[in-house]
Design a protein around this ligand. Structure first.
Ligand code: ATP
Ligand code: MG
Length: 288
């Protein structure tokens, strides 16, 4: 195990997020490579910090092949650090950013892995709450895993707050904008993770954020309006019937009628994948 933060040596910056920076680090004694996420805290935000520490303890209990492993948590004076499994190929966001449009075989495999990860988390009574391309990471084998639940939500923004807020809101379900729907008779929020998966799956096929017109500058009102009331789902011409139905079940605006993780785990769209695409296929397609 990793006993002290000083056992880790910083090698490079892997990326920046809402509340901090992720570094590639080496464990000096064993030469193993990890990703170290460093979250900085506002000095006054003791409540937020306590909540983050509590969530971090839960993170350490999570152990699934579909979820990025958290090996250690360090709570130092002005930051909170997580030593995570290093995901060599970065995030799905990086793949989409360079203009890759994924094919249905690959998308179905990604979707199945995310569903299995959500099934595991929901079984532990954990709502992810922030499923989006930058939180779906890819390792050297081409396996996709879910990262960043809980903790990222409670951290104070360091980056441009508006941009970060919009980035997170873009994948949020309609009920999360509805003060009566959220926390009312929908106290758990599991259905929100399914919605977010639907947005990601559609984005992978169309190649850009799918709920507002491409190129439109997404201001807050337009975004919320598109999520809560927009009926226009830009399905690509070539999308298969299984793909269309899967996305529709995820993007059902009424969370009561939305597909559940259990339903979608046996959906024909994701069950084609067991014979089709492989993890290596993901690597070949996205990184060659
Ligand atoms: P948010 O703060 O809302 O989660 P984000 O996902 O963009 O936004 P971070 O989670 O801090 O921000 O991650 C920043 C970037 O660092 C990611 O987009 C990813 O490219 C990289 N990264 C994060 N965790 C790992 C990891 N375990 N292995 C490799 N790269 C990682
Ligand atoms: Mg993240």
């Amino acid at each position: 195990g990793i006993d002290h933060l000083s056992d880790l040596e910083k090698l490079a910056v892997l990326g920046h997020g809402n509340g901090g920076t992720v570094y590639k680090v080496r464990h000096k004694r064993t030469a193993s490579i990890f990703a170290l996420k460093v979250l900085r805290f506002d000095q006054n935000a003791t409540g937020i910090r306590q909540q983050a520490v509590r969530e971090a303890e839960i993170l350490k209990l999570v152990d699934s092949p579909y979820i990025v492993r958290c090996h250690a948590v360090f709570n130092s004076e002005d930051d909170l650090c997580f030593a995570m499994e290093h995901m060599e190929r970065g995030s799905l966001h990086d793949v989409l950013l360079v203009g890759k449009v994924l094919n249905e075989d690959i998308i179905s495999r990604v979707a199945l892995r995310v569903l299995k990860g959500l099934h595991y988390l929901h079984g532990m009574q954990i709502v992810h709450g922030d499923i989006k391309p930058s939180n779906l990471l890819i390792n050297a084998n081409g396996d996709v895993k879910i990262a960043d639940f809980g903790v990222s939500r409670v951290v104070v923004g360091e980056r441009d707050a508006y941009e970060a807020y919009m980035g997170t809101c873009a994948y949020m379900s309609p009920e999360r904008f509805d003060p009566e729907g959220w926390g009312g008779d929908n106290p758990d929020g599991f259905a929100g993770d399914v919605w977010s998966l639907g947005v990601v799956v559609l984005e992978c096929l169309v190649g850009h954020y799918p709920l507002i017109r491409y190129g439109e500058k997404p201001d807050w009102a337009a975004l919320v309006c598109a999520i809560c009331f927009g009926e226009r789902l830009e399905m690509p011409e070539n999308a298969s019937p299984e793909f269309r139905n899967f996305v529709r079940r995820c993007l059902e605006k009424d969370w009561r009628k939305r597909g559940t993780v259990e339903e979608l785990l046996v959906h024909p769209f994701v069950n084609k994948s067991c014979c089709g695409s492989t993890a290596q296929g993901m690597v070949d397609f996205c990184f060659q």
